[in-house]
Design a binder for this molecule. Structure first.
Ligand SMILES: Nc1ncnc2c1ncn2[C@@H]1O[C@H](COP(=O)(O)OP(=O)(O)O)[C@@H](O)[C@H]1O
Ligand SMILES: [Mg+2]
Length: 264
């Protein structure tokens, strides 16, 4: 058993950039590769939770006591909030729609940037998991700051579109600010998602990103694939739903690339 748990978050203030899809499928692919993985749904939209469980279950969990919102609000050890997914090696801490008020809740708290980190500390110390993956909401406030402060690495999924590129500068400015309070945080890199390889714009996007200094670009990119949507409709990650699909292969390769990148 590994005694070192690596925490990776998926952030980008642009919604629809593929954070939740990337987080869920990298998690599922890592678990398939025999790693022990805990995923944390940090978004009130519950998309990470919905990637593994039915709408009914997710909403019930969101309204109940055992979700991330309750734990953060009461600053509890997150060990007691872990649920098993239907897949081996893959666990989840579900979210709640009440996360919408988390910024307000955090505001008066002592050391408010580090609450999630503290709530995860026992799980990290136990060393049960190889990876903790945190899915972030499409914002750049105090809660995302918490997610970044709880992480060793950040992966930034970017949609291969003009507006996908537009928000990036803001995102990286925010990351440099966060690194001032948590210098151990490292940017694993950018992963380009929802790619249509027939479009020249995609090639230009890859070239632009490759030229960025000091920011790693993952070689594996994720193409648009309707299997992703069918899988999500069935609350199954695509790497489990349709193993032969193009996106299942891409996410599996990306997971390998991410594991290699964060192992240094
Ligand atoms: N590779 C893909 N192929 C097709 N649709 C995708 C793919 N990746 C994401 N999507 C779709 O794009 C939308 C946004 O993805 P999501 O992961 O929810 O982004 P975010 O979490 O950044 O808001 C979702 O409806 C999802 O189904
Ligand atoms: Mg999301």
């Amino acid at each position: 058993m590994s005694s070192r748990t690596t925490t990776i978050c998926f952030t980008n203030n642009k919604g629809g950039s593929g954070k939740s899809t990337t987080c869920s499928n990298i998690g599922a692919a890592m678990a398939r590769a025999g790693k022990k993985v805990l995923m944390v749904d940090g978004d009130m939209q519950l998309n990470l939770s919905l990637s593994f469980f039915s709408e009914e279950w997710v909403l019930e969990q969101a309204a109940g006591e055992k979700n991330l919102y309750r734990a953060i609000r009461e600053q509890k050890d997150l060990t007691d909030f872990i649920v098993r997914t239907p897949y081996e090696n893959l666990d989840l801490i579900p979210s709640s729609t009440l996360m919408s008020s988390i910024e307000y809740e955090l505001f008066t708290k002592w050391q408010r940037e580090f609450i999630l980190k503290k709530c995860l500390q026992k799980i990290k110390d136990a060393g049960t998991y190889d990876y903790i993956l945190i899915d972030a909401p499409p914002t750049l406030g105090g809660w995302v700051m918490n997610i970044l402060c709880a992480s060793d690495w950040v992966v930034v999924p970017v949609e291969a579109s003009p507006w996908g590129m537009f928000g990036l500068a803001n995102m990286f400015d925010f990351l440099s600010e966060v690194r001032q309070i948590t210098p151990e945080l490292e940017v694993a890199g950018i992963v380009v998602t929802k790619v249509d390889t027939r479009k020249n714009y995609f090639k230009q996007t890859m070239e632009t990103l490759r030229e960025l200094e000091d920011i790693h670009l993952f070689e594996t990119y994720i193409r648009v694939d309707s299997s992703v949507e069918w899988a999500q409709d069935n609350s199954i990650p695509v790497v489990e739903y349709k193993k032969s699909s193009r996106s299942a292969k891409e996410y599996t390769e990306l997971a390998e690339e991410v594991m290699k990148r964060v192992s240094r």
